[in-house]
Design a protein around this ligand. Structure first.
Ligand code: BTN
Length: 255
């Protein structure tokens, strides 16, 4: 196993790595660095995270020595309205690299629908223009037991045994950067890649007070539900997957 420290991560990923043995939130640190002018590609990594921010105001903590918590700062030349597409790009890249499936909008699940990873993007405007975006990623890597209030969590170690976190990060970050670079020029390809790895489409779901079958992801990234009374277009929310997965995941049975 590689060490998980600043010299190792800089050796693998370059000088734009900012490493903390422990911090409150890598997203918060990356937002601070962004406001101070840190360049595109700055990567904030923490071994342990004590006040991590999740979607919908939830927490995302990480104990030392187990998981990946990192935030990637991007300065794309796109309009603020296009920033959501960065999440789809990052999610598709992570899902391919980690061989996981995507639950709309930003969760990565294993074959039993256990959440292994989540993304949280935050953005900063300069006037009406986009100044920078921070994409924060938490991946459960080597954690094998979870608190009772997280019964639906899983990890890579449960699927494939212990993983080298530094090597994994060195795979994930370039994949995210490459896919995010397509935003604004090839959004259709990003959404196609996302749809191809979806754990959501075709299933009965509940989200934002609506229940129905997830039938499409629109060109704007919205989730389309067939409610039986028509098509509901959902822009944000937390999806509960109500029906089982329809097809085995690519490459075999769910793991
Ligand atoms: C979610 O599924 O709710 C999103 C979780 C995002 C957590 C990551 S961990 C690294 C980064 N820093 C944070 O404070 N949050 C994100």
């Amino acid at each position: 196993m590689s060490a998980f420290d600043a010299p190792t991560l800089r050796g693998l990923l370059g000088e734009r790595v900012v490493f903390f043995e422990r911090c409150g939130s890598t997203n918060r640190e990356a937002m601070r660095l962004g406001r101070e002018g840190a360049p595109h590609g700055t990567l904030v990594v923490a071994d342990a995270q004590t006040e991590g921010r999740g979607r919908q105001g939830r927490a995302w903590r990480a104990q030392p020595g187990e998981n990946l918590t990192f935030s990637l700062l991007l300065r794309p030349r796109i309009a603020p309205q296009q920033a959501a597409m960065l999440c789809f790009a990052a999610g598709a890249a992570l899902s391919e690299a980690l061989d996981l499936r995507l639950k709309w909008p930003n969760d990565l699940l294993d074959g039993r629908d256990r959440k292994v990873s989540g993304l949280l993007a935050e953005l900063e405007l300069r006037g009406t223009a986009l100044d920078f975006v921070v994409i924060g990623v938490g991946v459960n890597v080597n954690q094998t037991t979870f608190p009772e209030d997280l019964p639906e969590a899983g990890s890579l170690a449960q699927l494939r045994g212990p993983q080298d976190r530094a090597a994994l990060l060195a795979e994930l970050v370039p994949a995210m950067l490459a896919r995010c670079a397509l935003v604004g020029t090839n959004d259709a390809a990003i959404l196609d890649a996302w749809r191809a790895r979806s754990a959501t489409l075709g299933r009965e779901v509940q989200v934002a007070g609506q229940r129905g079958r997830a039938v499409a992801i629109g060109e704007d990234g919205a989730l389309h539900l067939d409610t039986g009374e028509g098509i509901a277009v959902v822009l944000t929310g937390d999806v509960a997957l109500l029906s089982p997965r329809l097809q085995p995941v690519q490459g075999g049975a769910p793991r």
